[in-house]
Design a protein around this ligand. Structure first.
Ligand code: FES
Length: 112
């Protein structure tokens, strides 16, 4: 958390480098990423997605740690090891986010 109690640090790795963002408490992670030109989408899904409604799962990212999923689709993704749905994540703490530049549409399950 930064000095201002209502903002959080969000570190984002885009596959090549780190970016450090600040997010107001309650910010939507997908919108935050898009606003900073750090798209969670691929070229295939950039223009064909559900617009943040939690349906298409193309906005997936990995979190080093993060809030427990609250949306049914994000809950399933987290449970089965798929990328978390950035459109269903509310920034309520500092986050470390990994974009998935190698994914084609949804991204793969995590392997242990
Ligand atoms: S944008 Fe479709 S599930 Fe997130």
């Amino acid at each position: 958390m930064t000095d201002d109690e209502t903002t959080y640090d969000v570190r984002v790795h885009d596959g090549r480098q780190w970016h450090r963002l600040e997010a107001e408490a309650g910010a939507n992670l997908r919108r935050l990423l898009l606003r900073h030109d750090l798209s969670p989408y691929t070229p295939w899904t950039e223009n064909v997605n559900c617009g943040g409604r939690g349906i298409c799962a193309t906005c997936g990212v990995r979190l080093a740690q993060g809030p427990a999923p609250s949306h049914w689709h994000d809950r399933l993704a987290a449970h089965y090891g798929y990328p978390r749905l950035s459109c269903q994540i509310t920034v309520d703490r500092s986050l470390t986010v990994y974009l998935l530049p190698d994914k084609r549409i949804w991204g793969k399950r995590a392997t242990d």
